[in-house]
Design a protein around this ligand. Structure first.
Ligand SMILES: [Zn+2]
Length: 313
């Protein structure tokens, strides 16, 4: 466990304040608390953390004060701010992981862009009435959040529509678990998946999420047809071609072994070797490949298979 990992919790309403408690319970000690709103009577009634807070107090400030009483050793920072593309870097830069419990599409889009750009994991949570959902977004891995939320949605607040505490508790527990896995350096369970819970029926589901080839955030990078010959170099006299594959996410041993399993990967130190009937490729952790083949077309076919496999799992 790395208790000093700085985690940002954005949105300190019914799920966010429960998540903050959960993260500190699980052993984390450093949280950045961000919310643009102030407390209303319904928050004092529905959020256990605000039981002793005052109405109209900024939520982030009230959350910090209440959490400091419960966890005196915690190092908490609070910001009362509406996140946007201009200020996101300033308020989120200290965090290694971002947890989002907002009810606002624009704030999520901002978080999504910041996390994608800075290669930061983002644990998403949405909740309303008796339903809650959680998903984990790892930058460079598709689908990104914009793939399944492409257009502006009207904010629907759980202050107006209510949220069953059971749905909030279950979501905070799931979101906490995902966050801790990331802090431990382990693989989160909900990448490319959406966990959905209905507190009325008690039903829990894990649904697959699909990448959108025209996604404004991640689409262009992933399209293999976008791989131009200028990204490939013939290594003189060796029968080998180098593909730079700019924009590919970093390829760890684990990623190589799972995603490239159909190409029979073999590990040689930091390199991974794969092959098909016509070519053999050596893959570097930064996504670059050196492909030995008789002819560029054959080399390109294997390189495309590698790029596709890395993106489309
Ligand atoms: Zn996308």
């Amino acid at each position: 466990m790395k208790p000093k990992t700085q985690v940002a919790v954005v949105g300190l309403g019914r799920t966010g304040c429960r998540l903050a408690v959960r993260l500190l319970d699980l052993g984390l000690t450093r949280l950045t608390l961000i919310d643009r709103d102030y407390l209303e009577a319904a928050d004092l009634r529905d959020c256990p953390l605000y039981k002793h807070a005052r109405e109209f107090e900024p939520k982030a400030q009230a959350a910090k004060a209440a959490l400091e009483k419960l966890y005196p050793k915690a190092k908490l920072t609070d910001f009362t701010v509406s996140l946007d593309s201009k200020n996101a870097a300033r308020f989120l830069s200290g965090a290694k992981v971002v947890c989002d419990d907002t009810d606002n599409w624009l704030a999520r889009k901002t978080i999504g862009e910041h996390c994608w750009k800075t290669r930061k994991p983002w644990v998403y949570c949405g909740a309303l009435k008796h339903q809650s959902m959680v998903s984990t977004l790892i930058p460079g891995q598709r689908p990104c959040w914009s793939c399944w939320n492409p257009s502006l949605q009207k904010p629907v607040s759980c202050t107006a529509f209510g949220l069953d505490p059971k749905a909030a508790v279950a979501a905070a527990r799931m979101q906490g678990q995902e966050t801790i896995l990331i802090c431990l350096g382990k693989r989160p369970r909900l990448t490319g998946k959406l966990w959905a819970y209905d507190s009325q029926t008690g039903e829990k589901k894990i649904l697959p999420l699909h990448a959108n080839p025209r996604c404004s955030m991640c689409g262009n990078r992933a399209r293999v047809s976008g791989l131009k010959e200028k990204n490939a170099y013939y290594l003189c006299g060796s029968g080998q071609y180098q593909f730079t594959n700019k924009g590919l996410p970093r390829i760890s041993r684990r990623v190589a072994m799972t995603r490239l399993s159909k190409l029979y990967p073999k590990q040689f130190g930091i390199l991974t070797q794969v092959h098909n009937h016509a070519a053999t490729a050596m893959i570097f952790p930064d996504g670059r490949t050196i492909v030995r083949a008789k002819g560029f077309k054959k080399a390109m076919a294997l390189n495309s298979a590698v790029v596709n496999a890395i993106y489309q799992n």
